[in-house]
Each structure stands twice: as C-alpha cells, then as structure tokens.
Design a binder for this molecule. Structure first.
Ligand SMILES: Nc1nc2c(ncn2[C@@H]2O[C@H](COP(=O)(O)OP(=O)(O)OP(=O)(O)O)[C@@H](O)[C@H]2O)c(=O)[nH]1
Ligand SMILES: [Mg+2]
Ligand SMILES: [Zn+2]
Length: 320
C-alpha cells in the first residue's frame, strides 16, 4: 500500500522463521518483516523469499517492515516438500528454498555418528550442481572419532571429481582455520543431516555466537536443541554463513529425469557418445556411460546413485 518512497530500503534476508523475515539494510539495522499480500499468494507454491534474498522493504516503524519485492536470484538451493491441503496451490509438492544467492555450499557429514551416506552426498551434489553455485565443498566433521586414512579413502572419488573435501572437528578445533579461510567474504551455507555438527562448526568458526547445540544425550532422541530456524550469521572475517535445520533427506526439486545426467560431472561428458539420444544409461545398447563404468572411468557407486535418483525422478514425474 502507498508506502512513501523515502520509506523504502534495500536489504538482505538474514533470518526466516514461521513466515517472518529479518531483513538487514545497508546501515546494519535489522527489521522484522512480513510479506506483502500479493507476494503471499505466490508464496503458496514456492518460497518467494528466503535467507540470502535481496529484497526491497517498506518501513512500518522503527522495528518492522513489509517485503515489497524480491530481487532476481543468482543461485538457489531448493528442495521439494510434500504438501498437504492448499499449501502447494494444488500441486503435490512445493519448493522450499534453503538459501538464495549463496556463493558456496558446504555439505556437512560426520565421519561417524551418523555414518556418512554416499547416496545422500550424491543427492546433495546434484542439487548443488543444479543450483548455479560454483563452489561445492564436502565437510567431514567429527574427524576425532575416525581414522583419517579410512575417511580419505571413502571420499577419494569426490576429491578426484574436483570437490574439495575438508576434515574438521568442532570438538577438537581441527580444520577450523582452513574452514574459516574458505568462508571469508562469501555467502556460504551448511547443509546436512541432523546431528552432524553444523551448529557446532558455526560456533567454532565464530566463538561467542552460541548457536544451540544438542547435548550428547539428546543426539539419538532428536529434539530439544535441534536447529529450527534458518539464519545467516555475519562473520567477523567478512561474509555470511547460514546454519540450517538438519534434513533427513533432500528431495530434488525441478530436475527432469532426462537432465539428471548433466549434474553428474563425470557422467555428463559421455552422454553425447551414447548410441541413442534419449539413452537412460540403464540397459540400452551402445551406452557410453555404462561402458565407462565397466572401464572404471566412472565410479560404480556414483553410477548407482545416478540410477536410483533417476528412478525416483521418473516416479515423481509420473505423478504429475
Ligand atoms: N566427537 C565430536 N562430536 C561433535 C563434533 N561436532 C559436533 N559434535 C556433537 O554432535 C552433536 C550434534 O551437534 P550439532 O552441532 O547440534 O549438530 P547439527 O548438525 O547442528 O544438528 P541439527 O541442528 O539437528 O541439524 C552434539 O552432541 C555435538 O556436541 C565433533 O567434531 N566431534
Ligand atoms: Mg543445528
Ligand atoms: Zn547411455
């Protein structure tokens, strides 16, 4: 509604919780905002605003405002959420935006407790490759609980693909300086399962922040201290780091079965050599991808991830 021009400010969404957005404007002041009515309607099918979004707000008073417009995104990490009732505006899924405009994504695993899942990592990497973010990094936390050589071996296929793999221990402060260096002056996000230590790492990177961390006794009963909100924390070294709630899995959003092979770095180059243009890389004759798997040029575990994700996407698309 007729907000005066001098009450408009551009800002960055730094926190989101239950339909409220905390927007930091140029002078560092933060306003708590709701979405304008017209944006609220669009927000039924997708997150119109999320942490990392650049927005224009109108000021209502000293503390609050309204989001008037959301600027175009340079990258977006999303997942599909199964919907109930009208939330998805008639669709069985809606888009949940984890973060907009991130420069890099750090996929956090625990070396153990819980054990790392290559299937989940491959899923993260597909979402990362789709997102438009250039820097995708694997963080293996709780390295104090595992044998480093074994961890190296486990993640070797990813190092070979050019994804940096960093070892950390939030507990013993291992690898934290390297992590800090990578975070400097960038907008970064931690994504990973519950209990891998995302909040603990953030606290190690920026002491005094006191992001709530589960006590050891609570790790199995999942609950009280798990992170519920998404927040971009301003780093002393410059840049922002987002801590996000742990996710059990990441349902892929907006990837068609036919385009999946493009998001596997080592599979993509073979696709043009398959005999059939619409090759699924399953059992078709003359499949260059399968040939590369047999020849050891594509890691079998990655190929199996491709097959299982492809099946999942085909099933999802059949529903639409
Ligand atoms: N041994 C060990 N334990 C750790 C390390 N980092 C975190 N933990 C423990 O792991 C548990 C979970 O840590 P959190 O930081 O709450 O995990 P999170 O990923 O933020 O979990 P959600 O908020 O539920 O997504 C806590 O009991 C931590 O003390 C580590 O490097 N080594
Ligand atoms: Mg947490
Ligand atoms: Zn093929």
């Amino acid at each position: 509604m007729g907000a005066c021009l001098d009450q408009l400010r551009d800002g960055l969404v730094v926190k989101e919780q239950s339909g409220f957005f905390w927007v930091e404007v140029d002078d560092g002041k933060v306003y708590m905002c709701r979405l304008r009515g017209k944006l609220l309607e669009e927000a039924q099918a997708s997150d119109i605003a999320a942490i990392g979004d650049r927005v224009t707000i109108s000021l209502l008073d000293e503390q609050t405002g309204a989001v008037e417009a959301v600027h175009e995104r340079t990258s977006v990490i999303s997942r599909a959420l199964r919907t109930e009732g009208s939330r998805g505006a008639g669709s069985p899924e809606r888009e949940h935006v984890i973060i907009a405009n991130a420069d890099q994504a750090l996929f956090v695993f625990a070396a153990t407790q819980p054990p790392p899942s290559p299937r989940l990592l491959d899923r993260f990497l597909v979402v990362g490759e789709k997102s438009g973010i250039d820097d995708l990094i694997v963080v293996v936390n709780k390295i104090d609980l595992a044998d480093r050589a074994a961890v190296d071996q486990q993640f070797a296929p990813y190092t070979a693909l050019g994804y940096p793999v960093i070892h950390t221990s939030a507990l013993l402060y291992i690898g934290i300086d390297e992590l800090k260096e990578r975070l400097r002056d960038k907008i970064s996000v931690f994504t990973g399962q519950s209990g891998v230590g995302k909040s603990s790492l953030l606290n190690a990177v920026q002491p005094g922040l006191a992001r709530v961390v589960k006590s050891v006794s609570q790790t199995t009963s999942e609950g009280v201290h798990t992170t519920r909100d998404s927040e971009l924390v301003k780093l002393e070294t410059g840049g922002y780091l987002a801590d996000t709630p742990g996710i059990r899995t990441l349902n892929i959003w907006d990837v068609e079965p036919e385009e999946l092979d493009a998001y596997f770095r080592e599979i993509a180059p073979y696709v043009a050599q398959c005999r059939f243009g619409d090759c699924h890389h399953r059992s078709e004759p003359g499949c260059a991808v399968r040939r590369a798997v047999e020849a050891g040029k594509i890691h079998r575990s990655r190929y199996l991830s491709y097959l299982s994700l492809r099946e999942e996407l085909e099933a999802a698309y059949a529903l639409h």
